[in-house]
Ligand binder design. Structure first.
Ligand code: NAG
Length: 149
């Protein structure tokens, strides 16, 4: 481990903010390309989501198109069935992206994933899409999570 990684790890262990890059599956990003997905906090994968907590999701992607708008859509896939997962802000242009989106630009989409206390303690796959003006996916990612109490 190099010194920088050591310092970052130390900060994380001390409870400071640190984002963790997670493994994801691309589920059909057609008008963009995902670079990285960071979830904070997520020290171990699959991410353990504590009920009553909120997690920040930071998707770094490149856009292949220009778009005035961007709309996020989140689903929880439980036993193969996608169930809509409400997020507080659906407007991608209010989630770290400066709109209009320009072609060949890199963006950071940053939003919160609130985990309600009434959710069951299960493992599921989160599917997160960001749609452009034509309802095509600037990105579509899937990552597994585990809801814990
Ligand atoms: C999102 O992730 C990118 C790349 O890792 C980073 O440069 C950026 O600062 C992050 N943004 C936030 C708000 O965490």
């Amino acid at each position: 481990m190099d010194v920088r990684a050591g310092i970052i790890l130390l900060f994380c262990l001390m409870g400071f903010t640190c984002a963790d890059t997670v493994k994801f599956i691309d589920c059909g990003s057609s008008t963009g390309k995902v670079v990285t997905v960071d979830i904070n906090p997520c020290p171990n994968q699959p991410c353990e989501l504590q009920k009553g907590q909120s997690y920040s999701v930071n998707v770094t992607f490149n856009s292949d198109v220009s778009s005035q708008t961007s709309t996020a859509l989140v689903h929880g896939i439980i036993a193969g069935v996608p169930i809509p997962f409400p997020i507080p802000i659906e407007d991608g242009c209010k989630s770290g992206i400066q709109c209009p989106i320009q072609q060949q630009q890199k963006y950071n989409y940053v939003n919160l994933l609130p985990v309600k206390s009434e959710y069951p303690s299960i493992k599921l796959v989160v599917e997160w899409e960001l749609r452009d003006d034509d309802k095509k996916d600037l990105f579509c990612i899937r990552f597994p999570v585990k809801i814990v109490s």
